[in-house]
Design a protein around this ligand. Structure first.
Ligand SMILES: [Zn+2]
Length: 437
C-alpha cells in the first residue's frame, strides 16, 4: 500500500497586518519540511501528521510526504507560497500510484485569490485524480466551503478546544479511509452551516454549548452511527463568505441519516446562539477585578484582543499598561514581540538593570522555557483566549478577560466585514433563521 501524506495548515486572520510569506511556513525560515525529514519530525507527535503516520504504520504502508507546511496565524497567505504548496502536492499526485491520500489541512486558510485555500487544493488534486480516496483532518476553526467536504472521501475535525486531540482526529479520518480502501465501508457525507459567528471566547469545549455539541459528535462515532461527526465552530477573524459554524457527518452509506445528524447539530447550535456570545468588560474594570481578587494562587489575565493563536501581532501593550497603571505586583506578562528590547538586554548582560520601551517584536517561547514558574506568581497576564487552558488552566484560581487592542478584537463591531455572507448572527443580532427542510 502506498499513501500520500501532506500538511498545508494556516489559520488566516484577514484583519492581521502580519504578512504570511513562504518563510513563515519554514521551521528555519528557509526550507520547507518534506520527505524523510518531515516524517522524522512528526512521527510520534500529537499532531495530525503524527496521527496519519500512525495509521500508515499500522497498515504497513509506504509513505510519500511532498510537503508539511504550517505557520502560526497571520494575514492572507501569499499567492506564491500557496502555489508552492499546491504544486508540491499536485506534482506528486500527478505521478500517481497512490492507494490513498491523507491531508492535514486547517480549514480556515484564506490565500491571496482564494477564500477557501483548502477547497482550491482539493479542486486541483481532483482535477488530476478523481478516484483515489482522500481523507482530510480539519481544525475545529475551519470555515467550511462545499468543495472542502464534497471533494474528500472522509472529513474529520477536532473535538476539543483547546486542541488536544489533533492526533486522534487524523487517526479517525485515516482509519475510515483505510476501511473504505478495503471495501469495508462506503463513506457518504452530509454537511450544513448556520448563519452564525460563534465568539472565540465562547467556543471552549470546557463549557456549554460546544462541550455538548462535541459530545454529540463523539457519541455518534462511539456507537458507530457515524464514521466521523464534526462540529466546526469556525474562525470569525477570517472575513470570508462561509466564515461561521458548520457540521459535517460521514456515515457508512446512509446519506439521509448523515443529514439528520448534521441538522441536529446545526439546530442545537442555532438555538444556543446567544450562549456563543461574549460580554466584553471595560479593561479598567477587568484589571481592577483582578487586583481585588482574594484567592490563593495565580489570577490569569487574558489579553484576548491580541491572542497569539489567532493572528495577534503580540505587540499591543494596553493590557500591560493598565496592569502597571493600577499597580499590580508580582506579575509575569506573556508576551511582547520586541527584538530590539531583547538585544538591549543581551547587550547589558546578566544581572544588569536596563530601562526599556517595550512593544515591538519578539515571538517568545513558552513560559517554563524562560525559567518562570507561573504558579508562584500573583498574576499571570497572557495574550491568549482559550488555548492557554491546555497547559496553564489548572494553575488559575481566577480568570479575568482583559479588553485591550488587537486584530483579534473580541468586539466584532470594530471589524469591517466585507465578504462574510449576510445576514449572520450576531452581526444581525435579531436574525431569525429556519433550518432548510
Ligand atoms: Zn483552532
Amino acid at each position: 500500500m502506498r499513501l500520500l501524506l501532506a500538511t498545508m495548515s494556516h489559520e488566516t486572520n484577514t484583519f492581521s497586518p502580519v504578512p504570511t510569506k513562504l518563510a513563515r511556513f519554514c521551521r528555519d525560515g528557509v526550507t520547507l519540511l518534506k520527505g524523510q525529514a518531515a516524517i522524522e519530525y512528526y512521527r510520534n507527535t500529537g499532531t495530525c501528521m503524527g496521527g496519519f503516520l500512525n495509521v500508515a504504520a499500522e497498515a504497513g504502508a509506504e509513505v510519500v510526504v511532498p510537503v508539511c507546511a504550517s505557520a502560526p496565524p497571520s494575514g492572507r497567505v501569499d499567492a506564491g507560497a500557496f502555489e508552492t504548496f499546491c504544486s508540491l502536492i499536485c506534482d506528486e499526485v500527478r505521478k500517481g500510484g497512490f492507494d490513498g491520500i491523507m491531508l492535514d489541512l486547517h480549514g480556515a486558510m484564506a490565500a491571496e485569490g482564494f477564500e477557501d485555500g483548502e477547497g482550491e487544493l482539493l479542486r486541483r488534486v481532483r482535477a488530476i485524480d478523481a478516484v483515489t480516496p482522500v481523507a482530510v483532518a480539519y481544525d475545529m476553526h475551519a470555515n467550511v466551503f462545499d468543495d472542502m467536504v464534497r471533494l474528500a472521501t472522509v472529513v474529520a475535525g477536532y473535538h476539543t478546544y483547546p486542541h488536544v486531540d489533533m492526533r486522534q482526529t487524523a487517526e479517525r479520518a485515516g482509519r475510515v479511509l483505510l476501511r473504505a480502501m478495503r471495501g469495508e465501508v462506503r463513506p457518504v457525507s452530509a454537511w450544513g452551516s448556520a448563519p452564525m459567528l460563534p465568539h472565540v471566547m465562547a467556543q471552549g469545549t470546557h463549557m456549554f454549548p460546544n462541550k455538548d455539541l462535541q459530545a454529540m459528535c463523539a457519541g455518534w462515532e462511539a456507537s458507530g452511527r457515524a464514521l466521523a461527526a464534526s462540529l466546526f465552530v469556525g474562525f470569525p477573524h477570517a472575513d470570508v463568505s462561509m466564515a461561521g459554524l458548520s457540521a459535517v457527518v460521514v456515515t457508512d452509506g446512509d446519506a439521509a441519516d448523515a443529514q439528520v445528524m448534521v441538522d441536529e447539530l446545526i439546530g442545537f447550535a442555532w438555538k444556543a446562539r446567544r450562549e456563543f456570545m461574549f460580554a466584553i468588560a471595560p479593561l479598567e474594570e477587568s484589571v481592577a477585578r483582578a487586583k481585588n481578587a482574594v484567592v490563593d494562587g495565580p489570577v490569569f489575565l487574558l489579553d484576548h484582543y491580541d491572542n497569539c493563536a489567532s493572528g495577534g501581532t503580540m505587540d499591543t501593550t494596553e493590557v500591560l499598561a493598565e496592569i502597571l497603571r493600577q499597580g499590580l505586583e508580582d506579575v509575569v506578562f506573556f508576551g511582547i514581540y520586541d527584538p530590539e528590547a531583547v538585544e538591549a538586554c543581551v547587550a547589558a548582560g546578566v544581572g544588569a538593570e536596563v530601562s526599556l520601551d517595550v512593544g515591538a517584536k519578539l515571538p517568545m517561547p513558552l513560559l517554563p522555557v524562560l525559567g518562570i514558574d507561573a504558579s508562584k506568581k500573583k498574576y499571570v497576564a497572557i495574550k491568549s483566549r482559550v488555548h492557554w487552558r491546555a497547559d496553564l488552566g489548572q494553575l488559575a484560581k481566577e480568570i479575568v478577560e482583559c479588553a485591550g487592542v488587537g486584530v483579534c478584537t473580541s468586539d466584532y463591531a470594530q471589524l469591517t466585514f466585507r465578504n462574510v455572507r449576510r445576514p449572520i448572527f450576531p452581526l444581525e443580532p435579531e436574525l431569525g433563521w429556519n433550518m432548510p427542510a
